[in-house]
Design a binder for this molecule. Structure first.
Ligand code: FAD
Ligand code: SF4
Length: 510
C-alpha cells in the first residue's frame, strides 16, 4: 500500500510510534495553510513559532530518511486547507490509504472526519501519544456527577500514573500545598533572567509578509525568543528545573512590572505542539528534586506537577466533554465590546498596561496575569466572552483552543456557569496590590473607590456583584460578598455604582 499520513502543526512529536520504522511506502505531509493562520488574528510570534517548529520537524524527519512533503504558505499549488491539499495529493500520487493522529481541536477533528467520509481510499486515525489521559477519560471519571472537581481528578491521575506516590498514599502524606505557595515577591528580590533563544526567523517573517495574513504584536526576527525544536525545548526544561523550580510554587501568583516570566517554565508552547511530552517534563522535575531535596522543597515541585498532570489534563477532558456547546456558553450574559487598548496596551492602568504590553511583545503572559489582570478586568467590565476568547486565542503563543477556551470561557470568565471554577475569579485592587508591585506607580490610586483617580477595579468589582446578584448570590462560596454589599451604606453603594457606570461608559479612555 501507499499511505499518506498527515502531521498537524501541533503534532511535532518525534517519539510517536509512527516514526519508529522508516517505511518507504509511507509519505508524510505537513502544511502551512490559511485555514489555520486565519481562524483568529494570531500574534506574529505564534504564526512564526508554529511555522519554524514545523520546518525544524520536517528537517528532522528528512534527516532520518522519512518521506515528507512540506507545503509552504506561498507554494503555488497550496490549496490552503487540509481537505483540499490532501485530496490533491491523493489524486496526484495515487495514495491508497490515508492516516492521521487524533487532533486536539474540535474544529479540526470535525474537518478531518468529514474529509475521511468523502475519501474513496481507506483511512484511519491513531492516538497522538502525548497526554496522560484519553479524550473521554474525564467524562467517564465524573459520570453522573454534577461537579467536576480538579482536585479529585488530579489525585486519581497521580495514583493511576504513580506520580509522587507511596503505594496509594501521596508521598509526604499531603496532596495539596496551595496554602504554602503564592507569595508576593519581596521588595529587594531580583528574579532570575529568563533563558531566551536567538533564533533567526527572518525567512519565515518574509514569507508571511508576502501574504495578507492579519497578525498582531511585534517580533524581533533575528532573535526569536521561543524554542523551535525539541533540543531547545529540552534546554528550556533544563533551565526551568535547575534555575526556577525551587521558587516556582512560592512565586507562582506573584507579579512585578517588566518581569514577564519570573519563575514560570514557559514550556506551554513546546508541550502544546508536542516537541516535548508532559511525562518527560514531570519526570525531569522529580529527578531534579531528588538530586537537590533540600534546595527544592516538596511544595514547589507539587505546585508544578499539579499544573501539568492536573490542570492541563483536566482542561483537555472538559473540552472534549463539553464541546461544541462550550464555545457558545455565556452564563452571565455579558455583551460588552473589548476596549480598544487590549490591542495596543495604551491604558493608564499599570497592571493592565504591563500585562498587555508584554503579551504584545512576547506572545506570553503568565497564568496570574491572564487570570487576575486581563481576565479579571474583562469579567468585571462584562465583556462578551466571544471577544475575550478571540483575544486570548490570538495573542498567546501557546493558545490552542482546547486549552485556551476552557481557561478563558471557563476558569477566567465563568461563562460556563461553574463547570471549571466554583466561583468567578474577580478581585478589586487589594488582591492585585497584595500579589504585585504594580499599584505603587499607577496613575490610579488603589485605596480610592470613587473619584477621578480611583482604581477602576474597585468600583467595577461591586458593580459586577450588584448586576449579577440573581445569578451569583445563591453560590455558597460567594454569599459572603453579598452580605458585605447589603450592609454597605446606601450612599456609598450609589457612589460606587455611579463610578463604575462612568468608567464603563468611558472604557476606552481608561
Ligand atoms: P507554568 O506556570 O510554568 O506552568 C507549567 C505548565 O502547566 C504550563 O506550561 C501548562 O502546560 C500547565 N498549566 C498551568 N496552568 C494551566 C491551566 N490553567 N490550564 C492548562 N494547563 C496549565 N494555557 C495554554 O497552554 N494555552 C492557552 O491558550 C491558555 N490560555 C489561558 C487563558 C487564560 C484566561 C488563563 C487564565 C490561562 C490560560 N492558560 C493557557 C493556562 C496557563 O496560563 C498557561 O498554560 C501558562 O501561563 C503557560 O505558561 P508556562 O508554560 O510558563 O506555565
Ligand atoms: Fe491596577 Fe488599580 Fe493597582 Fe493601578 S491601582 S495597578 S489599575 S489595581
Amino acid at each position: 500500500t501507499k499511505t499518506l499520513r498527515l502531521i498537524l502543526g501541533d503534532q511535532l512529536n518525534s517519539n510517536h510510534s509512527w516514526y519508529k520504522t522508516i517505511d518507504d511506502s509511507v509519505t508524510y505531509v505537513m502544511m502551512e495553510i490559511r485555514t489555520e493562520t486565519d481562524y483568529a488574528s494570531h500574534h506574529i510570534q505564534k504564526v512564526v513559532g508554529f511555522f519554524a517548529a514545523m520546518q525544524s520537524f520536517y528537517n528532522e524527519l528528512i534527516s532520518k530518511k522519512h518521506n515528507v512533503i512540506y507545503i509552504s504558505i506561498n507554494d503555488e499549488d497550496n490549496l490552503q486547507s487540509f481537505d483540499k491539499n490532501i485530496k490533491q495529493l491523493i489524486s496526484k500520487y495515487n495514495f491508497l490509504n490515508f492516516e492521521y493522529q487524533l487532533p486536539d481541536e474540535f474544529r479540526v477533528d470535525e474537518h478531518l472526519k468529514n474529509l475521511c467520509k468523502s475519501l474513496s481510499i481507506t483511512n484511519s486515525f491513531v492516538d497522538s501519544e502525548h497526554f496522560f489521559t484519553s479524550r473521554n477519560e474525564l467524562g467517564s471519571f465524573f459520570e453522573g456527577k454534577k461537579t467536576f472537581l480538579l482536585e479529585s481528578f488530579y489525585r486519581a491521575l497521580r495514583k493511576k500514573n504513580s506520580v509522587l506516590m507511596e503505594g496509594d498514599k501521596p508521598l509526604t502524606g499531603q496532596w495539596n500545598y496551595d496554602g504554602d505557595n503564592r507569595k508576593k515577591l519581596p521588595k529587594d528580590h531580583q528574579p532570575i533572567t529568563p533563558l531566551v533563544f536567538n533564533n533567526n526567523v527572518s525567512k519565515i517573517v518574509q514569507e508571511i509578509k508576502k501574504t495578507n495574513i492579519k497578525t498582531i504584536g511585534t517580533i524581533d526576527e533575528n532573535n526569536f525568543v521561543w524554542p523551535i525544536n525539541r533540543q531547545q525545548s529540552l534546554q528550556l526544561v533544563e533551565f526551568f528545573v535547575t534555575e526556577c523550580l525551587h521558587l516556582f510554587g512560592s512565586y507562582q501568583d506573584a507579579m512585578a512590572p517588566n518581569e514577564w516570566s519570573l519563575y514560570h517554565s514557559r514550556i506551554s508552547f513546546s508541550m502544546n505542539v508536542k516537541m516535548i511530552s508532559p511525562q518527560e517534563v514531570i519526570e525531569r522535575a522529580i529527578e531534579e528534586w531528588k538530586i537537590r531535596p533540600t534546595e527544592i522543597e516538596f511544595n514547589q515541585l507539587e505546585g508544578f506537577v499539579r499544573q501539568i498532570i492536573g490542570w492541563r489534563e483536566y482542561m483537555r477532558g472538559i473540552y472534549w466533554l463539553k464541546m461544541p456547546e462550550y464555545a457558545t456558553m455565556n452564563f452571565l450574559n455579558n455583551q460588552e465590546k473589548l476596549p480598544d487598548w487590549f490591542w495596543t496596551g495604551k491604558t493608564k492602568m499599570n497592571c493592565m498596561k504591563d500585562a498587555i504590553n508584554q503579551s504584545l511583545n512576547y506572545a506570553y503572559a503568565h497564568h496570574i496575569q491572564r487570570l487576575m489582570i486581563t481576565g479579571n478586568f474583562a469579567l468585571l467590565a462584562g465583556i462578551d466572552p466571544d471577544e475575550i476568547d478571540a483575544w486570548y486565542l490570538g495573542i498567546y503563543i501557546d493558545a490552542i483552543e482546547w486549552v485556551e477556551i476552557t481557561n478563558t470561557r471557563g476558569m477566567s470568565q465563568f461563562a460556563d456557569g461553574g463547570i471549571v471554577g466554583t466561583k468567578p475569579y474577580v478581585s478589586s485592587a487589594s488582591y492585585i496590590d497584595k500579589m504585585s508591585h504594580y499599584c505603587g506607580t499607577c496613575f490610579y490610586k488603589k485605596a480610592l473607590k470613587t473619584g477621578e483617580k480611583s482604581c477602576p477595579f474597585n468600583s467595577l468589582y461591586w458593580n459586577f456583584y450588584d448586576r449579577n446578584e440573581a445569578k451569583l448570590a445563591k453560590n455558597p462560596r460567594i454569599g459572603m460578598m453579598y452580605n458585605v454589599w447589603r450592609k454597605m451604606k446606601p450612599d456609598d453603594k450609589t457612589a460606587l455604582l455611579q463610578q463604575a457606570d462612568y468608567y464603563l461608559k468611558h472604557i476606552n479612555e481608561l
